[in-house]
Design a binder for this molecule. Structure first.
Ligand SMILES: Cc1cc2nc3c(=O)[nH]c(=O)nc-3n(C[C@H](O)[C@H](O)[C@H](O)COP(=O)(O)OP(=O)(O)OC[C@H]3O[C@@H](n4cnc5c(N)ncnc54)[C@H](O)[C@@H]3O)c2cc1C
Length: 472
């Protein structure tokens, strides 16, 4: 790499998680010379697949929703053959007084489920007949569900679901930020059900489902990294970004530490695709207004425990996706995915493997316990639910102090403030899971929008080699 005195790169992407990789990939498809700088020794960030003793553990996301942009990316990367689809009919369970009850996900099952009393069912089915409007102020998910459907739906279905997606606290998560579609249904149609029915996909349109890859989730970042080749610089930690000017031209100076050597690179545009705490440090010397804004974004800690058993150790049929645990059950485990039932190739023949999540915004202290205590507690809680006897054959634990950004009350306003400040610095762009959804698919879509904005900016300042986009 060159020093700023010799070359200015059109654009540098900081962070090689799925957000940064998707940004770099999109720009490269547009024919723009791009470098992605990743502090770690591998690409993918949270997307991590670990193979050990014939087991395949997912240490971060277990699956992704097959949205159109993700499927197009998978196709362009030549990964279609490796795609695995989870059985769309696989039941999801809710733990109620120690028993697994199928989660009611269709209108008929809502009617027959033992999860809710008649009053809750009545409120659910008659919601379409009432016209309501969300309050002007940001409303928490808990307040929204209580207002529309009552406490039972919140405690038994919505709260466990919310801990499954955000590891979040429904009393603090913002309805409009965390589930913008549902908020919009009520705003536009006065009823969530009416809105949902009106925006139903046309008959015959492909439905999205849960997917992974034969060799695990890390297949996706590995394939993007392979396409980026030498443009992805691993073991390259960005320490700071400053404004620079040479020959009257403004640009960014990017301080990096690579193989213990400090270097400064110059770029016309910079895309920051790191978590907010890192972004805050990196942008410190650009403006002291970033730090107070970034500090408003909270993250929840999560412990991910995988445990493997021989089939004969387990009494319960292991059909389905897994189960979620309402807080009222008094357990530390938030939810469990039946990893080896969901996708082939996660465990050797005759073995079963599950992955549980614990901690989150409602029980952050759990993640601070010693590692063996965390794994032991989770295995002891899951064992009676699945009828497991004896010790696990293998376990794996990974915990993250800052796992998932919390789309809490005020989140949309915080994002707007951050985006306004960023927009006041032409050439600076943000990407990442704290902006418009934490899922892998949302990160990719957000990254494409950011990369496209960077491309338009580069074209507007006449950076060489930047033309119209050629899509894969
Ligand atoms: C436990 C868990 C389970 C999840 N389950 C699912 C799921 O089932 N389905 C789903 O769709 N989503 C799931 N998610 C969410 C999804 O995985 C993440 O939101 C997404 O992977 C985040 O990608 P990212 O690129 O924005 O951030 P990250 O993955 O955090 O990537 C940021 C990158 O920046 C790098 N970096 C940091 N500092 C620097 C620096 N100074 N210089 C250069 N590089 C730096 C990091 O090393 C990292 O690689 C889960 C997340 C977690 C934590």
């Amino acid at each position: 790499m060159s020093t700023p005195s010799s070359t200015a790169y059109p654009v540098l992407v900081i962070g090689g998680g799925i957000s940064g990789l998707a940004c770099a990939y999109h720009l490269r498809q547009a024919g723009i010379p791009v470098y992605a700088l990743e502090a770690g020794s591998r690409a993918g960030g949270f997307i991590t697949t670990k193979e050990r003793d014939g087991f395949r553990f997912e240490l971060g996301p277990q699956s992704f929703l097959s949205t159109e942009p993700l499927l197009a990316l998978i196709d362009a990367l030549g990964l279609k053959e490796q795609l695995l689809h989870a059985n769309p009919r696989a039941p999801r369970y809710i733990l109620v007084r120690g028993q697994l009850v199928p989660a009611p996900l269709t209108p008929p099952s809502l009617l027959t489920t033992s999860l809710f009393a008649a009053g809750t069912k009545w409120r659910l089915f008659t919601e379409i007949l009432r016209r309501t409007h969300p309050p002007e102020d940001d409303e928490s998910i808990a307040a929204f569900v209580r207002r529309k459907f009552g406490t039972e739906l919140l405690d038994r279905l919505v709260a466990p679901f919310v801990s499954g997606v955000y590891a979040g606290d429904p009393e603090r998560l913002s309805m409009r930020a965390a589930f913008p579609k549902i908020h919009e249904f009520e705003t536009r149609h006065g009823s969530v059900l009416r809105g949902a029915m009106k925006s139903r996909p046309a008959k015959g349109a492909p439905r999205s489902g849960l997917c992974s890859f034969r060799d695990g989730m890390e297949t996706l970042p590995r394939a993007i990294a392979a396409r980026l080749g030498g443009s992805l610089l691993l073991d390259t930690c960005v320490a700071g970004v400053r404004h620079g000017k040479t020959n009257g031209k403004p640009w960014f100076e990017v301080d990096i530490v690579r193989h213990e050597h400090r270097e400064t690179l110059a770029a016309s545009a910079v895309i920051l695709a790191t978590p907010t705490d890192v972004a805050s440090q990196i942008l410190e010397s650009l403006s002291d207004r970033f730090a107070p804004l970034f500090s408003r974004f909270e993250y929840a800690p999560v412990a991910v425990v995988s445990a493997c058993y021989r089939r004969e150790q387990i009494q319960r049929p292991l059909d389905g996706f897994g189960f979620l645990v309402p807080r009222g059950e008094g357990l530390r485990v938030l939810g469990t995915v039946f990893s080896s039932s969901l996708f082939a190739g996660r465990a050797p023949k005759g073995m079963f493997c599950f992955t549980s999540f614990a901690g989150g915004a409602t029980d952050p202290q759990f993640c601070e316990l010693p590692e063996d205590k965390i794994a032991e507690t989770i295995c002891a809680e899951v064992a009676p639910v699945l009828g497991i006897s004896g010790k696990s054959v293998a376990t794996n634990l990974r915990r993250y102090a800052r796992a998932l950004p919390q789309y809490n009350l005020g989140h949309s306003r915080n994002v707007q403030s951050l985006e306004a400040l960023t927009a006041s610095m032409p050439g600076l762009f943000l990407a990442g899971n704290y902006l418009s959804g934490p899922s892998v698919g949302a990160c990719v879509e957000q990254a494409y929008r950011t990369a496209e904005a960077a491309r338009v900016y580069l074209a507007s300042i006449g950076v060489a080699g930047v033309g119209d986009i050629a899509h894969a």
